[in-house]
Design a protein around this ligand. Structure first.
Ligand SMILES: [Zn+2]
Ligand SMILES: [Zn+2]
Length: 158
């Protein structure tokens, strides 16, 4: 069963002795991952987690998956990025007074760490022309590469 929520809260009393599986989606608005001009986030964060109680500890591991759009560092065009954290891990000390543990903020931080630090729409993205700003992936421009001044000076010494 996959449901969309604003948070993921694990209730300690619900966790079975052999562990419990949690799978679902966190609504994009609740995660607030959009960064104006850099990241567009309209899809939910999907989680598939196994939670177990080991003596005084809650252990959670599993995977997180999020589809979003990031602005290419070279050509500035938004492109789809699939971010996956397949080794998500969380643990927290609990005691008899612990009723529930909210994983939302921890999952949010984990998926942010999995974002590409230098997003590029394609490894052969040609980027923008440094002179006129044309997107070289889709358009040609007539700009000539600037002459390297140092070499020009050496030529002059002839
Ligand atoms: Zn690009
Ligand atoms: Zn140009």
């Amino acid at each position: 069963m996959v449901e969309m929520n604003d948070t993921l809260t694990l209730y300690i009393e619900d966790i079975q002795e052999g562990g419990s599986h949690y799978e679902g989606d966190i609504a994009p608005k609740a995660l607030d991952l959009a960064v104006e001009d850099l990241i567009q986030s309209e899809q939910p964060l999907h989680y598939a987690l196994d939670a177990t109680l080991v003596s005084e500890e809650l252990l959670v591991q599993g995977s997180l998956q999020l589809d979003l759009s990031m602005r290419c560092s070279r050509c500035s065009v938004f492109y789809p990025v699939g971010v996956r954290e397949s080794a998500y891990f969380f643990d927290e000390q609990i005691d008899e007074t612990t009723e529930s543990v909210d994983l939302t903020e921890d999952m949010r931080e984990a998926i942010i760490l999995a974002f590409p630090s230098y997003p590029v729409c394609s490894s052969d993205c040609k980027g923008l022309c440094p002179q006129c700003g044309t997107n070289k992936n889709t358009n040609e421009c007539d700009c000539k590469p600037p002459d390297d001044v140092r070499w020009a000076a050496l030529d002059g010494l002839g």
